[in-house]
Ligand binder design. Structure first.
Ligand code: GUN
Ligand code: ZN
Length: 439
């Protein structure tokens, strides 16, 4: 028997089928001007033209009608730090000083599980207010911070990746674990949370600066023992960071090689930033199927550099790419704002980021980066009903600019990514439940 319909959404349905950079804009997406999407058991049961489907809806089925709004798959943020919600907007430093002066200070507060629970709840609600329904999240070194995060995510039934930060050197004593304790705590958290409902575990050595060889070895062991878990870390973000890694690992051929030596590369490995890579590093990341995550607002705010999307698409060694906020180095929870800043970064590199490419990245592109495209990132029968409803006339300036667009979808998307933010998010659905509705 087919699953019983719970509700339907009516509006302008937009979903990606493939990467516009390779498939071309026209073949990359599907768009239904007056569409209907029927939800059953938290998934999309069917979708199509409203005029074809409305007549066959079960009597009394609630239909959330969003005339004029775009309905897309929920945004995906593949790199963000939940303990940095009170670090965002910290003045005047670049990476290593920023960590010391701001991030490490706030993260020590997560020794208190009550603080962790309060911040995790704020963070997840803030993601939903911004239309983000899945994220890859750094917690802190405290196992309780991970417990608090997954508990809040499970409560909302959001699909999330998260992990305990591993750091056994180069940080205040209150933020250090040891290779063995980090391994043991990660293993226990994996046993509790990996695959429980919609939760995924990510082994999280912060970066090579704060992990000893023994700790990176332990991270590699966790990945070998638990092939379904992810790895997330930072790579080649800042020049001083790279010099520090070179001094700490003199035997390694490069920063990427440090991680490679410990077996940390692979299709489930997410490397934040990847700004200053040599050709050999790109080749190894490409060969191993690793993911490079572009974090434009963070890269601009911390003054780290300009991500090279063209190099990432070099057909000789193409990199799988994600696009993320990196709050609190990043300055916005909004993937719309993040797309707008990604566009500007590519402008500074003498290139463009076309609107279809940008929205592909925030949805199906990021789902592919996480290997979750069978579950999330597009609108199709069987996909989980994680959805965002977008209003391109959300502010006076947006409504005014929209007057000149005359129904051009690419221009509307570009307006959303240039002027839009949380105010453009009319509603957010998680597994078919509306968890955010704009006041
Ligand atoms: N490198 C190591 N830790 C961090 C962090 O918290 N934020 C950023 N942007 N880079 C890092
Ligand atoms: Zn980060």
């Amino acid at each position: 028997m087919p699953a019983k319909a719970e509700r339907a959404l009516r509006g302008r349905l937009l979903s990606f089928l493939d990467d516009p950079a390779t498939a071309g804009a026209a073949a990359s997406h599907s768009y239904v001007e007056d569409g209907l999407l029927v939800i059953a058991e938290g998934r999309i049961a069917r979708l199509g033209e409203a005029k074809d489907l409305l007549g066959a809806l079960p009597e009394g089925l609630p239909v959330d009608h969003y005339p004029g709004d775009l309905i897309l798959p929920g945004f995906i943020d593949p790199h963000i730090h939940y303990p940095q919600t009170q670090v965002i907007a910290s003045y005047g430093t670049q990476l290593l000083d920023w960590l010391e002066r701001y991030a490490f200070v706030e993260e020590q507060k997560f020794a208190d599980p009550d603080h962790a629970a309060r911040v995790a709840a704020f963070f997840l609600d803030e993601l939903l207010r911004n239309g983000t329904t899945t994220a890859a999240v750094y917690c802190t070194v405290h196992a309780a911070s991970v417990e608090a995060f997954f508990a809040e995510s499970a409560r909302r039934n959001t699909r999330m990746l998260a992990g305990k930060v591993l750091m056994d050197r180069g940080a205040p004593a209150g933020l250090l674990d040891r290779a063995q304790s980090g391994y043991d705590e990660s293993k226990a958290l994996i046993a509790r949370w990996q695959g429980r409902g919609r939760q995924h575990y990510a082994v999280t050595p912060r970066f090579a600066v704060t992990s000893s060889p023994a700790q990176l070895e332990a991270a590699g062991a966790l990945l070998r023992e638990q092939p379904e878990v992810y790895l997330q870390t930072h790579l080649a973000e800042n020049r001083r960071e790279i010099e520090t890694v070179k001094a700490l690992f003199p035997e390694a051929k490069s920063y990427t090689d440090v991680y490679d030596r410990f077996g940390l590369l692979g299709p489930r490995a997410l490397f934040g930033h990847c700004l200053h890579l040599k050709a050999a590093e790109r080749r190894r990341l490409s060969e191993s199927g690793s993911v490079a995550v572009f974090c434009p607002t963070s890269n601009l705010f911390i003054g780290s550099g300009l991500f090279d999307l063209k190099a990432a698409r070099d057909p000789r060694f193409p990199l799988r790419c994600g696009l993320a906020t990196d709050v609190g180095g990043g300055t916005s929870y909004s993937l719309l704002r993040t797309l707008g800043e990604a566009y500007k970064v590519q402008q500074l590199r003498g290139r463009n980021l076309a609107p279809f490419e940008a929205f592909y990245l925030a949805t199906l592109g990021n789902a592919r980066a996480l290997g979750l495209e069978a579950e999330i990132g597009s609108l199709g029968p069987g996909r989980e009903a994680d959805l965002v409803v977008l209003d391109a006339g959300a502010t006076p300036a947006m409504a005014h600019r929209r007057e000149t667009i005359a129904g051009d979808l690419a221009e509307e998307l570009f307006l959303l990514m240039t002027l839009g933010d949380d105010r453009a998010v009319r509603a957010t659905y998680v597994a078919g439940q509306r968890l955010h509705e704009r006041a």
